[in-house]
Design a protein around this ligand. Sequence first.
Ligand SMILES: NC(=O)c1ccc[n+]([C@@H]2O[C@H](COP(=O)([O-])OP(=O)(O)OC[C@H]3O[C@@H](n4cnc5c(N)ncnc54)[C@H](O)[C@@H]3O)[C@@H](O)[C@H]2O)c1
Ligand SMILES: O=C/C=C/C=C(\O)C(=O)O
Length: 484
Amino acid sequence: MKEIKNFINGEYVASSRTFDKHSPLTGEVIAKVHEADRAQVDAAVAAARAALTGPWSRMSVAERVEKLYALADGINRRFEEFLAAECADTGKPRSLASHIDIPRGAANFKIFADVVKNVPTEFFEMNTPDGRGAINYGYRTPVGVVGVVCPWNLPLLLMTWKVGPALACGDTVVVKPSEETPQTAALLGEVMNEVGIPPGVYNVVHGFGPDSAGEFVTTHPGVDAITFTGETRTGEVIMKAAARGARPVSMEMGGKNAALVFADCDFDAAIEGTLRSAFVNSGQVCLGTERVYVERPIFDRFVAELKHQVEGWKIGLPEDADTKLGPLISKEHQNKVLSYYKIAVEEGATVVTGGGVPDMGTRYAGGSWIQPTIWTGLSDNARVLREEIFGPCCHIMPFDSEEEVVAKANDNVYGLACAIWTRDVARAHRVAQRMNVGTSWVNSWFLRDLRTPFGGAKQSGIGREGGVHSLEFYTELKNVCIKL
Ligand SMILES: NC(=O)c1ccc[n+]([C@@H]2O[C@H](COP(=O)([O-])OP(=O)(O)OC[C@H]3O[C@@H](n4cnc5c(N)ncnc54)[C@H](O)[C@@H]3O)[C@@H](O)[C@H]2O)c1
Ligand SMILES: O=C/C=C/C=C(\O)C(=O)O
């Protein structure tokens, strides 16, 4: 049986307690994961603290940049191992993980190496009463030990989206991967050692949230800052923990994203983009679309075409090149999504397609499989239109005016992203600027320039990460004033 250990101070460390990692494909146990206890989290934080004053702190920016590029190359050199580990943990199609998860897992180190290599800091000259003046310049130093708490949907990508800037800025990290997806975070420890990242810079502690490694990390007084990606409810708990000691947080949380499809859109592009945004990764993408608003003249045609195309998506195993949909991450999550499938029908939805569990045969009957689902016919206040489901499902509603659809799309506690489909350039800008979200895509979806600010409004997040914006969280910006 495979064992996934903690990674503390450059070494793999066993724990007295382990928990089972189940395959999303079959429900069978595929690994024993070592659950870090409080003492081991203490050791990880201590190792991270010590590394802040060791060789890592004496590296120049240029040397750190070289190490980050080497980390990216190290992941790409072991691409197949990371791909196999990610697909084993998540059940997602290899075709998806090989184009998104693993390449971005590596790219996240390169982008922040480039940022710290090129970013200037501010400088001001000032007059003084004696006429000799003074100068002021900005100076960035590491924020310190960063607690990194990660979700299970894009495990490597979302973990290195945080570890990349942290290491680029000279921080050290204690990573708590999701209990559902421990493997790639653990494997990255080997690459850290291979490229010569000093022990203690990168640490991984496995476990759960409450009364486990997640809580131990986020409540630890030796952690200087906490970056979290996950559900909003969890984020609220972590923010309370961070408040003790007034520690900064960076929060990437839930979403209930809308697609606004106008009648003048490129219809095929809008279908293709909405198909991906609603169903890719089996709907387990925070930026995904669960609310589709279609201008009435093309509503029936759009519903029919989206139904037709998603029914052509193959539900299958990761290694099958034709697979477009894998299982959900776990039986627990499958039950959550199925509960919304039931609620939708109880609320009066028309089930256009899906609504249940596919027959995957005896061998895979224990997996967390689910049918992609489209609904119509619900009112604005339906739970399925207000609450994040995080599965391969969406509701499609007609609208008659720009004012109406902007109001509907903005009427939600979340504000992460949206997609706007129209050929009218003026309307594209007008609507995008009126959307109360972190990211508006126009005639596209999940097109990511890593230099741009990424994050959520309202209950979708706090702060922005990406490009220079990550520096605000991962460094301490100081002002030095020198009298001339
Ligand atoms: N905004 C974004 O960029 C983004 C990206 C991916 C996922 N998400 C969101 O993440 C959610 C799905 O991920 P999930 O199910 O892993 O989220 P989750 O909140 O259940 O868990 C996220 C992480 O927090 C840990 N955790 C749970 N309780 C904790 C506690 N009390 N203290 C410390 N750590 C705790 C978990 O072990 C896990 O590692 C969805 O809501 C999705 O929208 C958001
Ligand atoms: O599921 C959420 C996806 C988040 C994606 C990113 O944070 C990114 O592309 O950097």
